[in-house]
Design a protein around this ligand. Structure first.
Ligand SMILES: [Zn+2]
Length: 147
């Protein structure tokens, strides 16, 4: 007997929810911060669940998270988006180009022709950026037609 499509959706959402709860309750609150107590059976269930569904190791996750809090927004922070931005010129370029695109599309008073011209200029700058993903985006945008 085949399950209806919505049963697959419900099971997927349920399994995902258990994994999210395991990360939040077990890894973050219990292991990393010792902010709550868990019954040993609950702790073992969460550890086993995470190992089976994600392959994450409790000790590794906990140590990285504690380092994140201890070295927050320093070069040694393993989760700092600011540090990542400092290290990646491609990411800085992508963020700058994204801001330009947002500004371009917020010009509600510009004519369609002016918007297309500005988008073409943006595409030319993106193609010269040297960031492959941006160049691919530009090619995809150029493939669309307004007609
Ligand atoms: Zn934390």
């Amino acid at each position: 007997m085949a399950w209806p499509w919505w049963a697959y959706v419900l099971v997927t959402l349920g399994l995902t929810h258990v994994t999210i709860a395991a990360v939040t309750i077990f890894l973050h609150r219990y292991q990393a911060h010792r902010a709550l107590d868990l019954h040993p059976l609950s702790a073992h269930f969460f550890r086993l669940w995470l190992w089976l569904t994600t392959g994450m190791g409790t000790l590794e996750w906990t140590s990285i998270h504690r380092k994140h809090h201890a070295r927050c927004e320093t070069p040694e922070d393993p989760h700092s988006p600011q540090q990542l931005m400092k290290q990646s010129s491609a990411l800085r370029t992508a963020c700058a180009m994204r801001e330009e695109l947002v500004t371009l599309w917020s010009h509600s008073s510009a004519s369609s022709e002016q918007l297309v011209k500005e988008l073409q200029d943006w595409c030319q700058r993106v193609e010269r950026s040297g960031v492959r993903q941006l160049q691919e985006l530009s090619l995809r945008l150029r493939s669309y037609s307004l007609n």
